[in-house]
Design a protein. Structure first.
Lengths: 185, 185
């Protein structure tokens, strides 16, 4: 059998290391550089694609939302069906054939427009008010006389008022039996 | 030029600076992707995607971690993504991991030694491929020697203790399988 000392950790590591310690293939760095060049050249013209895709997606979403039918509650539909069954639809009447359209009349030529006349210059209007003028005399104001009022003219009549009875003082009879609280009413 | 200077220049759109980053980390990123995918073609694709993604997001790199750790995190995610893709799953159904040639380093070896090395490498690779996924990934990352456990922990979001335990468990299982095969080292 084999010697244990020949397979200690160090020997085993050397053995494994010789097996797994492999270098990258020849020209690997050049291959990576070429891949980087290729990716960079592809990435540059595609830089505008991302915002374009975003805008297109937004437009599609807006279009889809706009084309959605108005939602109807299913309960409402059920009730409608139960109460009023759908009547058979009358057949469509045949459509009248289209009348040939009259040809368009030629349009009258445009009359030449009068040349533009500039508006007259603006003349300001001044109104002079004399705030210092003397007021009119009181005697010159018109006097209005009050007309006399005739009672017969407005339909008045006399009323006889009976003289009131003399007021008798209030007396309380204390000999009556107590009704048991009912008398308080 | 330091990583920080290269990142700063790459942020300003300097392609030459980013090419230098690719040149500097191509092998590390490739090995990371290989640890996840266990497939050379998928690892190449994942590594390329890693650099493309890094170039696109270089502006978001805040420098809280090292550039290498940042690339490790991206490569890890890309590798997982490749591994989970439907096309690659179907491809794995018709091919076995052993079919993938990792080509171990052969500098300074005789032809006979290379044949033996290749045979050993194939054996180890088959056994590593049959390890549970989390153990295999941790072992391959650790054995590649590109990252410390702290860097792996920061990039993968796995505690250091868990990573060390996975590597230890992977070693134990691998050692048992090699012993079962009568491996003499």
């Amino acid at each position: 059998m084999m010697d244990d000392t020949r397979l200690d950790d160090a020997a085993l590591d050397v053995l494994v290391s010789e097996t797994v310690r492999v270098d990258a293939p020849e020209g690997f760095a050049i291959r990576v550089g070429a891949a980087l060049d290729s990716r960079e050249s592809l990435a540059r013209p595609r830089a505008w694609l991302r915002p374009a895709f975003a805008v297109a997606a937004l437009l599609l979403a807006a279009l889809w939302w706009w084309r959605q039918p108005v939602p109807v509650k299913p309960e409402g539909l059920r009730e409608t069906r139960a109460v009023a069954p759908v009547a058979p639809r009358a057949p469509y009447a045949p459509r009248a054939p289209y009348a040939p359209r009259a040809p368009y009349a030629p349009r009258a030529p445009y009359a030449p427009r009068a040349p533009y006349a500039p508006p007259a210059p603006y003349a300001p209007v001044y109104v002079r008010i004399d705030h210092e003028r003397a007021l009119d005399a009181l005697d010159d104001l018109p006097a209005v006389q009050q007309a006399g009022i005739d009672p017969a003219a407005i339909g008045t009549r006399t009323i006889d008022v009976q003289p009131a009875d003399a007021i008798t003082p209030l007396t309380i009879d204390t000999d009556r039996p107590d009704p048991g609280g009912e008398g308080d009413h | 030029m330091t990583d920080g200077e290269l990142v700063e220049r790459a942020r300003r759109g300097d392609r030459a600076a980013f090419d230098a980053i690719v040149e500097r980390y191509q092998h590390v990123v490739f090995r990371t992707a290989l640890a996840v995918t266990s497939n050379r073609e998928e690892a190449e694709d994942a590594a390329q995607e890693t650099f493309l993604r890094a170039f696109g997001h270089i502006g978001t790199f805040r420098g809280d971690s090292s550039l290498k750790t940042w690339l490790l995190a991206i490569a890890w995610r890309e590798g997982i993504s490749k591994r989970r893709s439907l096309v690659n799953r179907l491809r794995r159904m018709v091919s076995t991991p052993e079919d993938e040639a990792f080509d171990p380093p052969a500098a300074g070896r005789t032809e006979e030694a290379r044949v033996v090395d290749a045979e050993h490498a194939l054996t180890v690779r088959r056994l590593v491929a049959r390890l549970p996924q989390s153990y295999r990934e941790a072992l391959m990352l650790a054995a590649a020697g590109d990252y410390t456990f702290d860097e792996m922990s920061a990039a993968l979001g796995v505690p250091v203790g868990t990573l060390k335990w996975r590597v230890s468990e992977a070693r134990r299982q691998l050692r048992e399988k090699l012993r079962a095969l009568g491996y003499q080292g």
